[in-house]
Design a protein around this ligand. Structure first.
Ligand SMILES: [Zn+2]
Length: 262
């Protein structure tokens, strides 16, 4: 049986270099809030109607999750539980399995990913399990038997393979959720595709922290965060050089990592 209750949320991120600045190390990352793909195949049963609406696939178009503000920062969840502001996240009692596809990756790319995964793990409390290399492409395995998970696939790609990476876009990242036995939704897989035009060996050598921050941003999508309109957060729509999570990012990540076990 293939998945019929899975929904993807994917973010496309823009990495535009600003030229002509007074010092040549200046870099500006413009992260554009675009939710591009939400692939869902549903059973026609009524409980899923609310999901359809949330995704804008039903007769009524829902609103995106509202950002949650607190004095320490701002964050937004990519998906929330039906009828609730509670986020969709990974089952915190099981490791998030990951595989990296090294094809076309730059020198230092694997280390960059490993460090970013460690940082997301620290911020969420989630455990990540590296299951080694794969030749599977990101975003290609959308059909998995219900009730199972499969590794997050992180890889490098070009706009020819991922049209969303055209232009200045640096990466896409997202997760797919499934409804568990008690009706609560959990992520069961995810993917990150990083643009080979942006992640060159030279660029990683020159700006390792910035490049790592982009991977960090994409992984934060995978674990459940959406963009926010706040420039001091790493999940900002427009980023002008953040290399670490902001206070809202950290709060949001802590919350998606602190859900009840499936
Ligand atoms: Zn993003």
């Amino acid at each position: 049986m293939t998945s019929d209750r899975r929904l993807w949320t994917t973010c496309v991120d823009n990495n535009r270099r600003v030229r002509g600045l007074s010092f040549n190390t200046a870099i500006s990352i413009v992260v554009t809030a675009v939710i591009v793909t939400m692939v869902v195949l549903f059973l026609p049963s009524s409980p899923m109607e609310s999901v359809r609406r949330t995704l804008g696939l039903g007769s009524e178009r829902g609103l995106p999750a509202r950002p949650v503000e607190d004095p320490g920062g701002i964050f937004a969840f990519a998906m929330t539980q039906p009828g609730s502001a509670e986020p969709v996240g990974w089952d915190p009692c099981r490791p998030v399995r990951c595989r990296v596809n090294p094809a076309n990756g730059p020198d230092g790319g694997a280390d960059l990913i490993a460090r970013a995964v460690e940082r997301v793990s620290a911020a969420t409390g989630l455990t990540f399990e590296d299951e080694g290399a794969t030749d599977e492409r990101p975003f290609r395995a959308q059909f998995v038997p219900l009730g199972t998970d499969r590794p997050v696939v992180i890889g490098w790609g070009s706009p020819a393979e991922f049209p969303e990476l055209a232009g200045d876009i640096a990466g896409i990242g997202g997760g797919a959720a499934e409804e568990g036995v008690l009706g609560r939704r959990y992520y069961v897989t995810g993917a990150v595709a990083l643009d080979t035009d942006v992640f060159t060996t030279l660029e990683i050598a020159r700006r390792p922290q910035t490049m790592e921050a982009i991977v960090l941003h994409e992984l934060a999508h995978v674990v459940g965060l959406d963009h926010v309109n706040e420039p001091t957060e790493l999940m900002a729509n427009t980023n002008n050089g953040q290399i670490d999570f902001g206070p809202g990012d950290r709060e949001g990540l802590a919350r998606v990592g602190a859900l009840p076990c499936a």
